[in-house]
Write a protein that binds this ligand. Structure first.
Ligand code: RFL
Ligand code: PHB
Length: 391
């Protein structure tokens, strides 16, 4: 088989890229290790930046998003029993975020794939990028027990943090920057109305908590937990008591409890691999970088990467201009590092660290109090949270 762009991975990065290329008339094939149900079933991101929403609209895939997505013009911070709102729209000249789950985004992208000629091979095993240092790369894989080869011009590794794309890059070329946090997030989904119509990020002495949602009748809550904790340690009653304590009496007033139907623990990590291109192999999304979820940036970064990559490929095929491909890594990384900084900073502001002494705790509270009283500080949060431009 032959195509122009072989895309490894059908997560947000891979599928957005496939749709953008299909719209530009550039032939591509997506190789995905799992089934559609598996990819779509993963409970992950909940908050879409403006740019992500705009891209869904540009692709004509925003009908459900416009009908069901919840537009949030502000977000809330809680500490020491106090809650304050950051009015993102007022501070950024009208920008907002939209709450619309990654599962919904994936459903929209998968539903539109076949009608738009987006080719996806599910359950592709043993996928390997090959010869990307030369002029005729390919991807070998096994489908239905049969060995296959997909010849191509370029390979886009959109295969997440544990994928084969980054692993195939020569170790002496790749530079990795990493911070692993000494805690994780325990998240639940429950069909109860959210405690607040907007998100609440809470810093409590016992640890971080987040009140989020998927709809007006479905809540998503998180509490910071130690890395040694297990889901079995957290029956629903314990979870509800803990989230109520950490949100504080004002923010938790009106908290509706109910049975959870999803419960999982995710570790927190900051990670960047440079460069994001070697020869004809390009990395995009979690394959190249990870952020802690505090800033709600992970999926949005995957989308901004592939917007840049699709643009570069369009210029290559349409205008015989390779400057976009040559500049892709530097352009993408410039935005990635800013989102890394925001996510790292917001994590430090809101979480309890095991080695935190009383001074460090006082510094956190002082910073929150400062932010509460400063329009300048709130503007910094607002413009990062709604998403930085694709410069
Ligand atoms: P994905 O989603 O991991 O998709 C990669 C795909 O590649 C496939 N794959 C392979 N296919 C073929 N061969 C191989 N060898 C392969 N290896 C892997 C995988 O099966 C998979 O389908 O990466 P992508 O596309 O870069 O997208 C990244 C996002 O999924 C991720 O950044 C976000 O979910 C992060 N995230 C959030 N992002 C936001 O923008 N806003 C949020 O509010 C937000 N909240 C979150 C999050 C992630 C979380 N967890 C659990 C990690 C909350 C949580 C709890
Ligand atoms: C979510 O709803 O899953 C969510 C919201 C905001 C975050 C992270 C996750 O910062």
């Amino acid at each position: 088989m032959r195509t122009k762009v072989a895309i490894i991975g059908a997560g947000p990065a891979g599928l957005f890229l496939a749709h953008l290329l299909a719209r530009a008339g550039i032939d591509a094939v997506v190789l995905e290790r799992r089934t559609r149900d598996y990819v779509e079933g993963r409970v992950r991101a909940g908050v879409l930046e403006q740019g992500t929403v705009a891209l869904m609209a540009e692709l004509g895939l925003d009908a459900r998003l416009r009908a069901e997505g919840l537009v949030h013009t502000g977000t809330n911070l809680a500490y020491d029993g106090e809650v304050f709102r950051v009015d993102m729209a007022a501070l950024t000249g009208g920008s907002a975020v939209t709450v619309y789950g990654q599962q919904e985004v994936m459903r929209d992208l998968f539903d539109a794939a076949e009608p738009r000629g987006v080719r996806i091979v599910f359950e592709a095993e043993d996928v390997r990028p090959e010869d990307f240092g030369g002029s005729s790369p390919s991807v070998s894989y096994v489908a239905g027990g049969v060995a296959q080869r997909l010849s191509c011009d370029f390979i886009a590794a959109c295969d997440g943090f544990h994928g084969v794309g980054r692993a195939a890059m020569p170790a002496d070329v790749l530079k990795v920057y990493e911070r692993v946090y000494p805690f994780g997030w325990l998240g639940i989904l429950a069909d109860v109305p959210p405690v607040n119509h907007e998100l609440i990020y809470a810093n409590h002495e016992r640890g971080f908590a987040l009140a989020s949602m998927r709809s007006e009748s479905r809540s998503r809550y998180y509490v910071q937990v130690g890395l040694d904790e297990r889901i079995d340690d957290w029956p629903d009653d314990r979870f509800w008591d803990e989230i109520a304590t950490r949100l504080g009496p004002e923010a938790a007033a009106g908290l509706v409890r109910g049975p959870s139907f999803e419960k999982s623990i995710a570790p927190l990590r900051s990670f960047v691999a440079e460069p994001m291109r070697v020869g004809r192999l390009f990395l995009a999304g979690d394959a190249a970088h990870i952020v802690p979820p505090t800033g709600a940036k992970g999926m949005n970064l995957a989308v901004s990467d592939v917007a840049m990559l699709a643009d570069a490929l369009r210029r290559h095929y349409g205008d015989r201009d390779d400057s976009g491909l040559d500049g892709y890594s530097a352009r993408a990384l410039a935005r990635v590092w800013k989102a890394e900084r925001f996510s790292w900073w917001f994590t430090g502001l809101t979480h309890r660290f095991p080695d935190m002494d009383p001074f460090a705790r006082r510094m956190q509270v002082a910073e929150l109090a400062y932010i509460r009283g400063s329009q300048a500080a709130q503007t910094v949060i607002a413009e990062n949270y709604v998403g930085l431009p694709l410069t």
